[in-house]
Design a protein around this ligand. Sequence first.
Ligand code: NAP
Length: 270
Amino acid sequence: MSDLKIVVAGAGGRMGAANIRAVAATPGMTLHAALVRASSTVLGKDACLQAGLDPLDVPFSADTETALIGADAIIDFSAPLVSVDLAQKAAERGLIHVIGTTGCSAAEDWAIAQAGHNGARIIKAGNFSLGVSLLAGLVKKAAAALADYDIEIVEMHHNGKVDAPSGTALMLGQAAADGRGLDLAEQSVRGRDGQTGPRRAGTIGFAALRGGTVVGDHSVILAGPSERIELTHRAQDRSLFANGAVRAVQWAQNQPPGFYDMADVLGLNE
Ligand SMILES: NC(=O)c1ccc[n+]([C@@H]2O[C@H](COP(=O)([O-])OP(=O)(O)OC[C@H]3O[C@@H](n4cnc5c(N)ncnc54)[C@H](OP(=O)(O)O)[C@@H]3O)[C@@H](O)[C@H]2O)c1
C-alpha cells in the first residue's frame, strides 16, 4: 500500500513543526505539502529542515489548490478562517481533515461540521492528547456525582496564544456541563473583575493565565463545603498533540465521511 500523503497547514507555527516531525516519524505517512501564509517568512524554505529534520524537498507553500492535488489528509493547527476554508476543500475532495485550531466561533464550527456532512472526514478537537480526553471523562463523572459543588476551570498557556479560554478549557467545561445536563453557553462565566457579587450557583467559571513557554496546563476545581477536588493535566511537549493528530488520521482511514472528535478516535464514545 502506498504511503498516506499528508498536507500540514499552519506549517510555519509551533504545532506545524511538531506535526511535520510526527508525520516524518510515522511509517506509512509522507509529508506531501506544508502550507503557510503568502506573507510567511519561511515561504519557499524546506519544511523538514525548518522542523529540525533532514531536508525532504517539500518547500513551504501558500498555494492550497496545488498542495491538495494527490493528498489524502490535512493536519491543520492554524487559524479559524483557514480551517473553515480547508474543511470545505476537504469535503469537495473527500479528504481526511484533522483540525486542532482553537478559537472558532459558533458559525465557524457549524461550517466545519457541515463539511463533515458533505464528504470530508473531519476530526476536530480542542486537545489531541490522550490524557485530556480521559480527563474530560473524569470531569463529566465528577460534575454529576458532586452536583452541588462549584466548578472553576483554570488554564495557563504560553505568551503567544491568541484565544481565551483555551479550546481545552472549553472542552472540559462542556464535559462538566454534560455531566449536569446544563447548557454551557448559559452557565459559563468568563473571568471576573470588580464588583461581581457572590458566585451564582450552578455556573462554570473560566480563568485564563498567559506567560512564558507553558505548553498547556488545565485544572478543573470542584469546590464544596470544607473540601476541594482538583483534576489537573499538564502538557510537557507539543509532540503529545501531534502524535494524537497522526493517530486521528490513521483512525479516519476506515471511517465514513462525518464530523468526529478525539473521544471517537479513542473509542470513548462507544
Ligand atoms: N487541539 C490541540 O490539541 C492544540 C494544541 C496546541 C495548539 N492548538 C491550536 O493550534 C493553533 C496553532 O497553534 P500554534 O501554537 O502552532 O500557533 P502558532 O505558532 O502561532 O502558529 C499558527 C500558524 O497558523 C498560521 N496562521 C495564522 N493565521 C493564519 C491565516 N490567517 N492564514 C494562514 N495561516 C495562518 C500561522 O502562520 P504564520 O507562521 O505565517 O504566522 C502559523 O503558521 C492554535 O489555534 C492553537 O490554540 C491546538
